[in-house]
Design a protein around this ligand. Structure first.
Ligand SMILES: C[S@@+](CC[C@H](N)C(=O)[O-])C[C@H]1O[C@@H](n2cnc3c(N)ncnc32)[C@H](O)[C@@H]1O
Length: 337
């Protein structure tokens, strides 16, 4: 076992995950982010997972691998699995991801802390007249203990950065005119403008996502009930500002990302930006991030870009070569920076 690091750290290793994971010592890996082959969706290599006759057999195989992952995961680590669903011959969903999650909880002593939604803007088109498109897949976050790493600040930073791109936004400017046009008293107008400036600044710095302003005499008064407080402000102060914290269409647990890279040499690549979000949230610099079904190497690339180490395993030689090529290009790109 002495040389396990030489063999695995920052390497793409070709072979069967179950066999190879047994060579890695216990409690060494901080995070696993992976997407096993989907059940009966594609022809994968002999010995590869995915071509089993029943969902139960498929899940059993995944659970054997998951048990090894749990063993090599540190106490403060997490295990993230993305799975796709499948219809049976009668046109009913098999609920593969959820059956897997239940087995993982029951048999591997894991806690499921989140089920993120990967919203696919480019899903497989609708093939049946009486069925809608399934345009999302779950990313399950399992933990071993309550001490798991959870860098919420790092995770939120990206969202804030996205908003900082709005520093040139003209959001809210129209309200200055509306305040001037309104019949608010001079003192009320002054106060409204001060609070408006504050809200615009908050959008520009990413503190809030957006806001709306309601001004007495300009906007219709809200109904009572939950709006009672706002109604009071409009009547007594002349205005109210409704702050929107986070993009309401895209809360924390939804990550909207395009699946595959055009012309890629792997059929099921998952999106780099999504994996990077997960890596930032659930590991620290220098930690080891594992993907036992690494395919084109997306998890390895995310880990390297964020100064983590990686272990990548795939049974198919062709994909291992492709992953190595992508990683090599990454190093090349870094030298150009
Ligand atoms: C859904 S793909 C993963 C794609 C990957 N997330 C990416 O971004 O490219 C699943 C991968 O698991 C590999 N695989 C199948 N059975 C395996 C096994 N027993 N051990 C290791 N890898 C396996 C397949 O070759 C395939 O590349």
């Amino acid at each position: 076992m002495k040389n396990w690091q030489t063999k695995y750290i920052n390497k793409i290793v070709c072979g069967d995950a179950l066999k190879l994971l047994k060579e890695i010592p216990s409690e060494t890996v901080t995070l696993t982010v992976t997407s096993p082959p989907y059940f009966q969706q594609r022809e994968y290599e002999n010995g590869g997972i995915g071509n089993e006759k029943s969902v139960e057999e498929y899940i059993d195989k995944l659970i054997s691998i998951l048990k090894e992952i749990v063993r090599i995961t540190k106490n403060n680590g997490s295990i993230v699995f993305n799975l796709g669903d499948k219809y049976d011959d009668d046109g009913g969903l098999l609920l593969v991801p959820y059956k897997f999650a239940q087995e993982a909880i029951n048999k591997c002593n894991l806690k499921l802390i989140n089920s993120l939604l990967w919203i696919k803007p480019n899903p497989t088109p609708r093939q049946f007249k009486k069925r809608l498109v399934n345009a999302y897949e779950p990313f399950f976050i399992f933990v071993k203990s309550r001490d798991y790493i959870f860098n919420l600040d790092e995770f939120n930073k990206t969202k804030k950065r996205a908003n900082i791109n709005r520093r040139h936004t003209r959001i809210g400017e129209k309200y200055f005119e509306l305040i001037d046009k309104s019949d608010l008293k001079e003192e009320e107008k002054k106060q409204a403008k001060l609070e408006l400036i504050k809200a615009i600044e908050q959008v520009k710095t990413g503190e809030i996502y957006s806001f709306r302003m309601k001004i007495r005499g300009i906007h219709a008064l809200p109904f009572g009930g939950q709006n009672g407080g706002r109604l009071y402000h409009i009547k007594n102060k002349g205005f109210t500002i409704i702050k929107i914290h986070g993009n309401s269409l895209k809360p924390d647990y939804m990550i909207n990302s395009v699946a595959t890279i055009k012309g890629a040499k792997h059929p099921a690549i998952f999106p780099l930006d999504l994996v990077k979000e997960i890596v930032k949230l659930l590991s620290n610099r220098g930690d080891i991030v594992l993907d036992p079904f690494v395919g084109s190497g997306t998890t390895a690339i995310a880990a390297l870009q964020l100064d983590r180490k990686f272990i990548g395993i795939d049974i198919r030689k062709k994909y291992c070569e492709y992953a190595k090529e992508r990683i090599k290009n990454l190093h090349y790109q870094k030298t150009l920076l």
